[in-house]
Design a protein around this ligand. Structure first.
Ligand code: DPP
Ligand code: ZN
Length: 844
């Protein structure tokens, strides 16, 4: 496999003015006839004419009507062309039915669908498959399927055919086609300028009842993007299609979004509150791409964060506006630390804008998405809300219709604010999570905070320069009143001191409020005020953070020093749980302990090798202590979570149910699952049913509930994914591998379905102590299945191999066992470039 470098970018040799495609659909012999109008690119440095094409059989090709015989290689075709505009035509044959990689045109349950990002279009026909070649597409589909869809607006249709025209120039990665026996859930939306847009969610017959929530989320997204960013929808129709076999969550193809069915189908009976929230966020995300991604796209794949970081940032703003901003911020930071900090700390660390890649599919990462969004949040914090809004207006005005770069994005902010963002740009260029150390001093009414920043080396980047850090700080008095409301300190040097004067007494600092920069904050040199901050901080994020770091430090000392749960921490936690002035959703987050993987990382950072069993035991012990400390309050608190209204996945109800589930979890440790069984038996929505079943699984009182759950839901593949995942995820460490083994033998297991594969093998990798069994059986099982899957679906295999990225934190025996499995994967004949790149990076 070949490495591609950002520094090697050159403009395309030829540009495309229009594309006409005709699809004659047939499962193993689809014909694609293309007619593409090319013209030489005046900015090009070469006149070589090369069209990408993989697993595409050329039938014939013509230039300006005359048949030609191009040089065909496994990755495309080359030929001589006129030094003037010309028309290239070709007919090719492809086999959607046997396309199990799910890239290009493939079949899922008898329906045709596509996935072209990043480089799937080259598996459909010969084309300059790069995002900086944008063109207008006209598509004719011939097929027996009742529903035939493509991008843009429908222009004509008849029996067995349909034509579509997309007036907006787009790169090939945004092309989409769907054909199948589908039913529509229709609606409409009137845009801010009064245009009517037809909306549809297309699903397989039987799923019609699961579309209403997604449709409401779509309309809310359309309205929000008008209200907040002034962005209006630009076609007559917007279609969403649900597909069962899909590598990603969803795809923002112009006017025809294709969704993993798990990310759009929802009903109260089959979906949890968490599913509803995720669906709402993903629908918004894909819709928001219409402007940030489609109208303005990326020049090359190194610029992926240009659309993904910004669109994640926008969807997080949307969720914060619709639901609770503090709750959203806390869950985003949890996710960032769990996935992105992990990536940044290991062999897969890469900058938000990478300098090189082998397989771009391996760079749809937490760094590009989540850290990419954090960088935008920091930029907004530094320039202020008004300047951010002005800069975004300018961005849309200046770059509409272009394929552009991070440089162009930053220039918009420089032109709007007059700021020099050259140092800020390091956030895009330097990998690794900065460590921020703070100490304090107080003298004669002046309080100083002294910060030092340091970013550790990452692969290929031994030395790091200081980054711009917006550090939000507030000061509190001993009685909890605010003496200094939140201010943003702008740190630019490696070491910097900030002063607050005219104070009456020494204050207590609340640092990095709202998690104002994605750094690891070390407060060891400050007095330990965390119990105070947990009780008094007015910043919800830091209030939660105080409790989390207390819990994490306690768990680490339980693991490494045999400490026992600390009474002052337990009392403080109970106080928060009992504080009815706090949002129940916040109280649930405060009561949640760090997951085993976080504790393992924290143990590793003390210089010790984490013992997975000891971590599991410590966490169980602390849970029981919290349960006992809470026991007197449980009846009242659980009663306060009762909901009398009909089920709705709104913030208010969700908060009560999630707090109620946390309380039920603790109660199960005391009553052996009695209350959980009662809730399971009477549950009328999936959230209540699933959360009570999880409690039963954890106290191993699950046998009857597990078979009832399966019996009730065996016809519903999305619920059965939960059934697979929960049984493996909640299995005790000594049983997780055996459970996963048993479930891969289950008739409902399917290696070809990414959702089911992730629900099974992903759940094994997520069961920390189970996966890291000392005998290596967890490692071996995952490696076996990754080898099997690689021949079927390289993209999902490569992504899931990241489960091994933390291997160097463990003891020498475990490292040896993991390395042996990674070597075994790498030695597999015909291993895909995707998996070769990932496993190779993890090993080195
Ligand atoms: N579909 C993926 C996303 O929306 C890749 N663009 O993030
Ligand atoms: Zn996206």
């Amino acid at each position: 496999p070949q490495t591609i470098y950002l520094s090697d970018y050159t403009p395309p040799a030829y540009l495309v003015d229009s594309v006409h495609l005709t699809f004659q659909l047939a499962p193993t012999a689809t014909r694609v006839i293309s007619k593409i109008a090319f013209r030489p690119n005046p900015e090009a440095t070469s006149r070589e004419f090369f069209l990408n094409g993989e697993q595409v059989e050329l039938i014939w090709a013509k230039i300006d009507g005359a048949e030609v015989a191009p040089a065909v290689s496994p990755d495309g075709v080359r030929m001589d062309v006129p030094d003037a505009p010309f028309v290239f035509e070709a007919e090719v044959e492809i086999s959607p039915q046997t396309n199990t990689a799910l890239e290009g045109l493939y079949m899922s349950n008898g329906m045709y669908c596509t996935q072209c990002e990043a480089e799937g279009f080259r598996k459909i026909t010969f084309y300059p498959d790069r995002p900086d070649v944008m063109s207008v597409f006209t598509v004719r589909i011939e097929g027996a399927e009742p529903v035939l869809l493509s991008n843009g607006n429908p222009t004509a249709q008849g029996d067995g055919w349909a034509e579509w025209h997309d007036p907006w120039p787009k790169p090939a990665y945004l092309f989409a086609l769907v054909a199948g026996d589908l039913v529509a859930h229709p609606d409409q939306f009137q845009t801010m300028s009064g245009k009517d847009v037809e909306l549809n969610i297309y699903v397989r017959p039987g799923d019609e009842g699961k579309c209403a929530f997604g449709m409401e989320a779509l309309k809310a997204s359309m309205k929000w993007d008008e209200d907040v960013y002034g962005r209006e929808y630009d076609l007559d129709i917007f279609n969403i299609v649900a597909v069962d076999d899909f590598n990603m969550g969803a795809m923002e193809n112009k006017g025809l979004n294709i969704f993993n069915s798990s990310c759009v189908l929802a009903s109260p009976e089959t979906s949890t509150d968490g599913n509803f929230e995720r669906i709402e966020a993903i629908i918004a995300h894909e819709y928001f791409h219409n402007w940030t991604g489609n109208r303005i796209t990326c020049r090359d794949w190194f610029q992926l964060c240009l659309k993904e970081g910004l669109t994640v940032y926008r969807d997080s703003q949307f969720t914060s506006d619709l639901r609770s901003a503090p709750v959203k911020r806390i869950s985003d930071v949890n996710d960032l630390r769990g996935r992105q900090f992990r990536e940044d700390a290991g062999p897969l660390a890469h900058p938000v804008r990478p300098d090189s890649f082998v397989e771009i599919n391996n760079f749809y990462t937490a760094t590009i998405y989540e850290k990419g969004a954090e960088v935008i949040g920091m930029l907004k914090r530094l320039v202020g809300d008004a300047a951010y809004a002005k800069a975004l207006d300018l961005y849309f005005e200046r770059h509409d219709g272009e394929a552009t770069t991070i440089e162009a994005w930053l220039t918009v902010f420089e032109d709007t604010t007059g700021r020099d963002l050259s140092q800020f740009k390091r956030w895009y260029e330097q990998a690794g999570t900065p460590r921020l150390t703070v100490s304090e001093s107080y003298e004669a009414g002046t309080y100083s905070l002294h910060f030092t920043q340091m970013t550790p080396p990452t692969p290929g980047q031994p030395d790091k320069a200081p980054q711009v850090l917006p550090i939000a700080v507030g000061l509190l008095a001993e009685d909890g009143t605010a003496v200094q409301p939140t201010v943003v300190l702008e740190m630019t040097k490696q070491e910097q001191r900030f002063k607050f004067s005219n104070l009456e007494s020494k204050p207590i600092a609340s640092i990095l409020r709202e998690f104002s920069a994605p750094v690891i904050l070390d407060t060891a040199a400050l007095p330990d005020n965390r119990v105070f901050l947990l009780a008094h901080d007015t910043d919800p994020f830091n209030k939660w953070e105080a409790g989390q770091t207390l819990a994490k430090d306690l768990l680490v000392s339980m693991v490494t020093e045999g400490a026992t749960p600390d009474q002052s921490f337990l009392n403080a936690l109970v106080e928060v749980a009992r504080d009815d002035s706090l949002d129940p959703a916040f109280r649930e987050l405060a009561l949640s302990l760090p997951i085993d993987d976080d504790i393992a990382q924290a143990v590793f950072e003390t210089g010790a090798a984490p013992d997975p069993d000891a971590i599991f035991t410590a966490r169980e012990t602390l849970k029981l202590s919290i349960a006992e400390a809470l026991s007197d309050s449980l009846p009242r608190l659980m009663a306060s979570c009762q909901i009398d209204a009909a089920y709705a996945p709104d913030a208010d109800q969700v908060g009560k149910r999630s707090f109620g589930a946390a309380l039920l979890n603790y109660l199960s440790l005391l009553d052996g699952g009695k209350a959980a069984q009662a809730q399971f038996d009477s549950a009328t929505d999936m959230t209540q049913q699933f959360t009570s079943w999880l409690c039963l699984l954890r106290v191993e009182k699950d046998a009857a509930a597990t078979s009832d759950f399966y019996g009730q839901w065996q016809h519903d593949r999305l619920v059965i994914d939960k059934w697979f995942g929960a049984r493996i995820g909640a299995a005790s460490p000594d049983k997780a591998v055996a459970m996963a083994q048993a479930l891969t033998q289950h008739p409902d297991f399917a290696v070809t379905n990414p959702n089911r594969f992730r629900a099974t093998l992903g759940a094994l990798a997520g069961n920390h102590a189970g996966f890291h069994r000392a005998d290596g059986s967890g490692y071996q099982m995952l490696a076996d299945w990754l080898i099997t899957l690689d021949a079927i679906n390289p993209q999902t295999t490569a992504r899931m191999s990241a489960a091994f990225q933390t291997w160097k934190r463990y003891d020498a025996d475990r490292q040896g066992l993991i390395a042996a499995q990674l070597e075994r994967i790498l030695a597999t004949p015909d291993l895909s470039p995707d998996t070769t790149e990932m496993v190779g990076r993890i090993l080195n």
